[in-house]
Design a protein around this ligand. Structure first.
Ligand code: PBG
Length: 327
């Protein structure tokens, strides 16, 4: 027998011991489930590039939410799919009191008062240009966009949203939205800022789900360059100073170092968005029999937690909850 003072394998010798020494945990209550709502009744259409993910009309969404909440999922992030006919340059539909997205928020809150409802603040689902900000002569204008985002935020807060998620990456929007909410009495509505949001190829399936792809150009003049890390600190610093309650990194998997960086530098919760393309990759490989989808999913989610994210926005929420609830 060789004399070894340390045999790390002893801490892996049985499931019981492995559980004792496990450093990172994953809980259903860590998940925020992104969901897509569309106007109408009895509608349910699968997003082609996201097997298992559907756009629901409100009636079906409420049905689905029974299942979601029964699994122990405590938070959703709701996104609207608007037809081209409702879109304009100014995303004006986003703050019409009677628009179906806002009515859906109110209806969900009524039926599921305990469920945390997060919303998305950006112009793209309502914009005829398909951009997150106001477009003029091919340019995305920062400051005029803030007014629109503030109107949208207030409308979502009025409808019953618990957490607003500005995903637009305009400068100064967190502070602008915070002041607008506060001056209208919505001091309790939270802001989870998409702080480090990268110009990523991994949003492709989401843009299919919402039919919200940009009509020209790309989003590189507002979303971050994947090459940059120090810039993420600046974005996070600004959002922190402007009053964000939580900071988000997006996407998650190619940016685990950014999650860690923000977690080490800011004493507010860090969230990560395990985006549509990351979901599609695992699903496609699993459907081909090229990897074990469940194991890959759990490994992905655990790695995001290990990197330092407290909560995870993920399309895997339901499937992962089923597995976690069995343990
Ligand atoms: C829109 C928005 C996007 C996502 C969330 N909010 C797409 C984009 O910026 O183009 C992506 C989510 C995903 O890919 O799962 N502002």
């Amino acid at each position: 027998m060789i004399q070894l003072s340390r045999r790390p394998r002893r801490n892996r010798k049985s499931a019981g011991v492995r559980d004792l020494v496990q450093e990172t945990s994953l809980q259903v209550s860590d998940f925020i489930y992104p969901m897509f709502v569309v106007e109408g009744t009895r509608l349910q259409s699968e997003v082609k590039s996201m097997p298992g993910i559907f756009r629901y009309s409100l009636d079906n969404l409420l049905e689905e939410l029974k299942e979601v909440t029964d699994l122990g999922i405590k938070a959703i992030d709701l996104f609207p799919n608007y037809p081209e006919s409702k879109k304009d340059r100014f995303a004006s539909e986003s703050y019409q009191e009677n628009t179906f997205y806002l009515k859906a928020i109110t209806a969900i809150k009524e039926q599921f008062p305990e469920l945390v409802i997060m919303t998305d603040v950006a112009m793209d689902p309502y914009s005829s240009d398909g951009h997150d900000g106001l477009v003029e002569n091919g340019k995305i204008l920062n400051d005029p966009t803030l007014e629109i985002l503030a109107n949208m935020s207030l409308a979502q807060a009025r409808a019953g949203a618990d957490i607003l998620g500005p995903s637009d990456m305009m400068d100064g929007r967190v502070g602008f939205i915070r002041r607008h909410l506060d001056s209208h009495g919505f001091t309790d509505v939270s802001i989870m800022s998409y702080s480090a949001k990268y110009a990523s190829a991994f949003y492709g399936p989401f843009r299919e789900a919402l039919e919200s792809a940009p009509k020209f150009g790309d989003k590189k003049s507002y979303q971050m360059d994947p090459a940059n890390k120090r810039e993420a600190l600046l974005e996070a610093q600004l959002d922190f100073e402007e009053g964000a309650d939580m900071l988000m990194v997006k996407p998650a998997l190619s940016y685990l170092d950014i999650i860690r960086l923000l977690n080490e530098n800011f004493d507010i919760p860090i969230a990560a968005y395990n985006v549509s393309g990351e979901y599609a990759m695992v699903k496609a490989a699993a459907q081909n029999g090229w990897l074990d989808g469940d194991r890959a999913m759990m490994e992905v989610l655990m790695s995001i937690r290990r990197a330092g994210a407290k909560c995870i926005l993920t399309y895997f929420a339901k499937e992962a909850a089923v597995i976690l609830n069995k343990r």
